[in-house]
Ligand binder design. Structure first.
Ligand code: SAM
Length: 474
């Protein structure tokens, strides 16, 4: 049946089907099916907003949809995708309700024409229900608060507990905003001035980025995401002169480098090499040379291939790319130690919800407990691979205390951890970026220093980090 659904909504509907059926990441589907489509720039932007918004708020959308359905299980997945789009518009975009209802009906006609009548009824009921949303006082009722920001109730409760009410509200509000766009200038291929001039030539507004008053070296904020589609900018990306990376991630990469240039560096959880590129580019900025012995480890073999392709393209030196489980570090690297070790830990990822919206509804509470335990185990497995006097950095892109602070404390209490103490990063106990509107993502990093084995404490001033593992104390 012919449909009068707009191209942006049809594109969003197709993308949501992909995400659902293939358990794909929304950003990957958007990059493949929307960014490179023949849609107008405005339609691309709206389709992207719809996909990210619907994936972010799926649980809440389903809850309100099910309130007006007699038999929620009878709704086919494709019809539900369409209902979610219109419900998102009605509850979270404050779009004109009439248009949202009409368009929802048109979307359903495109996938299941017989369900158009039911859709019309359901969406009209939802418009009525909208006035009562979030169905209780969000200042007193955690479920209403969670609903208001489209978070699972357990996550809202966890955020309130771990961040405190103000920061938790801000975190949830900001997680529903579009993520800002940052790029890093790769010092192995170019200089900041040349990149700034290239952006100027194409008439694009870019600015250097500061976090808490400190400049993040080589980090630029782009005002308009469409800039990345300009041919000159695409060339900078394909030639490895710049890479897209959140500013907090760039700050973490800068902070894991020790004061003195390390002769050897082990990066664990190297993944697709984004931090590898940032770290070696940072070494070049700081010392004029990349680190000679740079070993990258990840447990996923396919990522090694991506890493090798990318470091080649970005002119980044990696001496060895290992595939294996860090918990088997002793077998993978027998007797080997490094001046600096960096664990970019697998974590719950809650600090990146704007970019990875599917985490919000896929993550289960037990997984956070498991990941925290795993992070401590990883640090313990790495401890003996840090040279005496060397550094061990630990980073996550999340905000839960169970992962960040509690992991730091738990590690320091272990036998392996007892040889380490916390060292400051730029005079602070840790990197801990907070999420607010337009801010970088929320990341966390600390740096431990291993005692130098001479019996005496090493000469690193602890900058207020203390030995008690309370990294977030400032
Ligand atoms: C936070 S991601 C790293 C992101 C990456 N450093 C980057 O900048 O793109 C964590 C990485 O740890 C890897 N990983 C998870 N468990 C691991 C294990 N037991 N041993 C080694 N690597 C592991 C994952 O495959 C993933 O690439």
């Amino acid at each position: 049946m012919r449909t009068k659904a707009t191209p942006a909504r049809l594109a969003a509907l197709a993308a949501l089907r992909e995400v659902r059926e293939r358990k794909a990441y929304a950003q990957d589907v958007i990059a493949r099916d929307i960014d490179d489509s023949s849609l107008t720039p405005e339609d691309r932007a709206f389709a992207t907003r719809l996909v990210l918004g619907v994936v972010s708020s799926t649980g809440t959308l389903d809850e309100v949809i099910d309130r007006v359905l007699d038999n929620p299980h009878d709704v086919s997945p494709q019809v539900r995708d369409a209902l979610r789009i219109s419900t998102y518009e009605i509850f979270f975009l404050d779009k004109r309700f009439h248009a949202a209802v009409d368009q929802g009906v048109e979307l359903v006609k495109s996938v299941a024409p017989p369900a158009a009548g039911l859709t019309n009824y359901v969406l009209r009921q939802l418009v009525r229900l909208r006035a009562e949303f979030p169905f209780a006082d969000p200042n007193r009722d955690i479920e209403a608060l969670a609903r208001l920001h489209a978070f699972p109730a357990w996550q809202a409760a966890l955020l309130m507990n771990d961040l405190g009410p103000e920061a938790a509200f801000e975190f949830m509000r900001a997680s529903n905003e579009p993520a800002p766009l940052f790029v890093a200038v790769n010092a192995a291929k170019t200089r900041d001035e040349l990149v700034l001039r290239a952006f100027e030539r194409v008439g694009e507004q870019v600015e250097r980025v500061e976090i808490e008053g400190g400049e993040v070296p080589g980090c630029l904020r782009l005002d308009d995401p469409r800039t990345l589609l300009l041919p000159d900018v695409k060339r900078l990306l394909s030639q490895g002169r710049i890479l897209v990376s959140d500013a907090a991630s760039q700050q973490v990469a800068a902070s894991v480098l020790p004061e003195k240039k390390p002769a050897s560096f082990l990066e664990v959880g190297a993944g697709r090499a984004t931090k590898t590129i940032l770290i070696q580019s940072g070494a070049l900025r700081r010392w004029g040379f990349q680190i000679e012995e740079y070993v990258a480890l990840d447990n996923r073999a396919f990522k090694k291939k991506v890493l090798e392709e990318r470091v080649e393209r970005f002119g980044i030196h990696v001496s060895e790319a290992l595939v294996g489980d860090v918990l088997d570090a002793d077998d993978l690297m027998p007797g080997r130690s490094f001046d600096a070790v960096f664990l970019d830990a697998p974590c719950s990822g809650l600090g990146t919800l704007r970019r990875h919206p599917e985490i919000r509804w896929r993550l289960k509470p037990d997984e956070i407990v498991d990941m925290a335990r795993q992070q401590v185990a990883m640090l313990r497995a790495l401890a003996s691979h840090v040279s005496p006097g060397g550094t061990l950095a630990y980073a996550t892109c999340t905000v839960t205390r169970m992962e960040n602070d509690a992991v730091v404390k738990a590690f320091l209490k272990t036998e392996e951890g007892s040889r380490f103490h916390l060292a400051p990063i730029a005079g602070k106990p840790c990197v801990s970026t907070r999420l607010s509107k337009g801010s970088p993502d929320a990341h966390f990093a600390v740096r431990f220093v291993r005692a130098d084995d001479t019996g005496g404490a090493d000469d690193v001033d602890d900058g207020g980090a203390g030995d008690d593992g309370d990294a977030s104390r400032s």
